[in-house]
Design a binder for this molecule. Structure first.
Ligand code: TNX
Length: 525
């Protein structure tokens, strides 16, 4: 009996593959029922309720279909693509979908679930659906299926660093579309660092006028001699209008954009423009080296006022619940020798410089809380006693995440040895990254975000995961895509919680590679 079931399930899977019913991340439950639904000029949506949010949930899909098939899918009273909101669906982003030869029926708790169901349909369509102009002679049909789907984690993030090397708006928009295809719902935008300040702030124009440009860039690791430089001046930044466009593009794709403003460390670009916010007074340059720098924000009242002004503007630009305030890699050498810092510590009864960073973080965290935002920080913020409302991003392994969850913080897991896609994949790719770790595809796919050291209630503090893309050695969009794919696809399935057998994953991936090609993604093959 077992044998027959086994053979049968292999058969069901093969027929799914043969009919190209391959969806990433794999739905929680999916049955291929036989036959096809065809997209043609008679297709129409029927929406219940028919309102702005529901129309919007169908728009991105409809536009994709319009571009590659030339078909317009109107909203009609009795359309054959039925999208219905239903309380029967428990998860905010969950959906159920039945595709028969005559109808597509989608039920979801919220428009986000409708959007995700249609992203699944997108993947059931042939790869030519990704084209930006009409493809003649393609077969616009999808396999009949029954799907019940919902994510394991509410926070499924991807971070991209536009500071070390600048990546423009077009790249970001394209990236957001790929994130949506993978049902990733948070885009963490690393906007400030030692090597560049990338967001226009009206009150402090010098941040981009000076802080967004640098004279040269190091091509080797800072610790490796001899150092090799590229002496071309480079830079770039996002205007308020760019930010608005990115946020809106993301919102339509169920993606929350979470900006990161680094403090107190990784601040050289800001200090180059406003040196009196440091302990020594500078002068500083936007740095072309990589690593960790001693000059950081000094905890003066005018620094806090400056950062609060910036956070207020940022909070206005980003409707996100979260704002990331960095907190990583902040050396204490300057604070130790700074008269103001030592005096402040005495006055406030702050025991040491680690506690001074906690004082810094807590002031910023309460400021954000008062304007209705939740602060996220890298796991170094745990070095002191910080407010429980702060969310901790655990990047130096699991340790920080475990400690944070035990103290009652919400946690996002992104340990560097599993989820840093700037780390190399193949031995042949070591190059300038040789000192770092190799992260092969399987390691990403099989990652378990909830450490066994946590009790069940502590484990509930792990609200999700994130894949991070730092760009010290990533100078082109092509190379970024090469590092990101297929690891991001493996990551998305893990974040969704349907990562199972790795061998089966790689078989399904073979089919997905045609979609990468159609999307012009030069993945690592
Ligand atoms: C550590 S992750 C950093 C980044 C670097 C990255 C390189 C983190 C919070 N800090 O500043 O870009 O390593 O992999």
């Amino acid at each position: 009996m077992k044998k027959i079931i086994c053979i049968l399930s292999v058969f069901v899977w093969w027929s799914a593959v043969a009919q190209k019913a391959v969806i990433f991340p794999e739905p929680a439950e999916m049955t291929v029922t036989g036959g096809f639904f065809t997209f043609d000029a008679r297709c129409a949506f029927s929406l219940a309720p028919d309102n702005g949010a529901m129309r919007e949930a169908t728009e991105v899909f409809a536009e994709r279909v319009r571009k590659s098939t030339g078909l317009d899918i109107p909203v009609a009273a009795k359309g054959n693509i039925e999208c219905v909101l239903s309380d029967r669906i428990a998860d905010d982003e969950g959906y159920e979908m039945t595709v028969t030869s005559r109808k597509i029926r989608i039920a979801a708790k919220s428009p986000a679930g409708v959007f995700y169901a249609l992203q699944s349909v997108r993947q059931l369509l042939p790869p030519q659906i990704e084209a930006d102009s009409v493809v003649a002679g393609a077969d616009w049909r999808v396999s009949c299926v029954r799907i019940a789907d919902a994510p394991r984690f509410a926070y499924r993030g991807a971070m991209f660093d536009v500071c070390r090397n600048f990546f423009d708006k077009e790249f970001i928009l394209e990236y957001l579309d790929i994130l949506a295809l993978h049902k990733i719902n948070k885009f963490h935008w690393h906007l400030t660092d030692d090597q560049g300040w990338r967001i226009e702030i009206a009150k402090y124009p010098k941040l981009v006028q000076k802080g967004a440009f640098r004279d040269r860039t190091m091509l080797t690791q800072t610790v490796v001699l001899p150092r090799v430089w590229d002496n071309t001046p480079v830079g770039g930044y996002f205007t308020r209008e760019d930010v608005r466009e990115v946020v809106e593009y993301a919102r339509k794709r169920n993606i929350e954009v979470i900006p990161e403003i680094e403090m107190p460390g990784h601040a050289l670009a800001a200090l180059s423009a406003y040196p009196d916010l440091s302990c020594t007074g500078g002068p500083f340059e936007v740095d072309g080296r990589w690593g960790v720098f001693n000059d950081i924000f000094c905890p003066k009242e005018k620094t806090f006022a400056f950062l609060q002004d910036i956070l207020s503007e940022v909070a206005d630009m980003f409707p996100s619940k979260y704002i990331h305030i960095g907190g990583d890699e902040a050396p204490k050498v300057r604070w130790k020798r700074c008269h103001h810092c030592q005096e402040l510590m005495r006055r406030e009864g702050i025991a040491d410089e680690a506690a001074l960073q906690a004082y810094f973080t807590n002031r910023m965290e309460s400021f954000l809380r008062n304007i209705g935002k939740t602060a996220i920080g890298w796991d170094e913020i745990l070095d002191g006693d910080i407010n429980r409302n702060a969310v901790v991003m655990s990047w130096r392994g699991y340790k920080g995440g475990i400690a944070a969850a035990k103290r009652g913080h919400d946690v996002i897991m992104c340990p560097n040895k599993f989820l840093y896609f700037d780390y190399y994949q193949f031995d042949d790719d070591r190059g300038p990254l040789e000192k770092r770790h190799r992260i092969p595809l399987e390691k990403v796919y099989t990652f378990e975000p909830v450490p066994s050291e946590l009790t069940e209630s502590e484990g509930r503090h792990i609200i999700g995961v994130q894949a991070n893309m730092w760009t010290e050695y990533v100078r082109t969009p092509e190379y970024a895509r090469y590092l990101l794919f297929p690891r991001l696809t493996a990551y998305a399935e893990m974040a969704w919680g349907t990562n199972g057998d790795y061998a089966r994953f790689t078989e399904r991936l073979e089919i997905f590679k045609k979609r990468y090609d159609a999307l012009n993604i030069n993945y690592a093959n």
